[in-house]
Design a protein around this ligand. Structure first.
Ligand code: SAM
Length: 279
């Protein structure tokens, strides 16, 4: 069949295969492409996701389709700054601390301890994880971080294990979205939170026209110039258009059993952040 955007639709088996090839071929250039395609705005969107997550020291996070680690690194930075703030507050609230205690608090802050927080980056593509690991090494992240090859539809983790599950620009690539949502529910602890950052439906007519023009005319060209890969970036645009709109996706999350499901549009709905709780 053909979608109204003129793209050929692919079967489910073909989709999984195609997604793998796309990310295998772009892994090394993935970060450069992300910055150039989104004009750097994906960084802001990811920061907003972290702000909404607002994790506390001790949080166990699973970042599915985590690719080259953008969410994981932000998580670690966020926790570190939370810890520093805690130490500063402690110092301020106990003005009559002994110098030993002050020194101890100071050292805790210096060590930037994560307070037991941990993030698992899980991705189906080992090439993406390899690039992520290199980045982690280069940027000096080692504590509280691990990398696991795995499929969102069949996560290699026990039940009730994580406080937060995130998936950023990943779920639209998954073949069986329902199955991935079920798995998210399964691995979360009771009280745990599901957070999804994904391209969505633009709600402003003018932005929508500019966005269409940009997506269909410019992105494949940039893909060709930067990565020598027109097809992968045509696939990218195509997959964004096929993904369910805000309300429909919200219902899918609710159907999985999540409660208090809500979403927030960012950049006129170019992306949306969906949230839900396992209770
Ligand atoms: N979350 C990262 C970010 O925001 O930069 C990477 C997003 S990238 C657009 C999509 C990722 O989803 C790729 O790394 C791809 O390998 C991964 N992926 C696709 N299908 C998957 C699946 N079924 N299970 C796990 N990961 C998958």
């Amino acid at each position: 069949g053909e979608t109204h955007f003129g793209f050929q639709t692919v079967s489910e088996a073909e989709k999984g295969e195609k997604v793998y090839q796309v990310f295998e071929s772009v892994a090394k250039k993935y970060d450069v492409m992300n910055d150039s395609m989104s004009l750097g705005i994906h960084r802001l969107w990811k920061d907003i996701l972290l702000h909404q997550m607002n994790p506390y020291p001790g949080t166990q996070l699973l970042d599915v389709a985590g690719g080259t680690g953008d969410i994981a690194f932000r998580f670690i930075n966020y926790i570190r700054s939370q810890r520093e703030r805690q130490v500063q507050q402690k110092l301020r609230s106990h003005q009559n601390l002994s110098w030993q205690e002050i020194l101890k608090s100071y050292q805790e802050g210096e060590q930037k301890s994560l307070g037991g927080s941990h993030v698992v980056v899980c991705d189906i593509n080992k090439e993406m994880l390899t690039v992520g690991k290199q980045k982690a090494c280069h940027l000096g992240y080692s504590e509280g971080l691990s990398w696991v090859v795995g499929n969102a539809e069949e996560l290699p983790f026990n039940d009730d294990k994580f406080d937060i599950y995130t998936i950023a620009f990943g779920i639209r690539n998954v073949t069986l979205i329902d199955q991935a949502l079920k798995e998210a529910y399964r691995v979360l602890k009771p009280g745990g939170r599901f957070l999804c950052l994904e391209f969505s439906q633009v709600n402003n007519p003018l932005i929508s026209r500019i966005y269409d023009l940009y997506s269909f005319q410019i992105i494949p060209v940039l893909g060709e110039i930067i990565a020598g890969d027109w097809k992968s970036y045509q696939y990218l645009v195509e997959s964004i258009r096929r993904f369910p709109a805000q309300e429909e996706f919200k219902e899918m999350i609710e159907d999985t059993g999540f409660l208090k499901v809500e979403y927030r549009n960012v950049s006129s709905g170019i992306v949306a952040i969906h949230s839900g709780f396992k209770l």
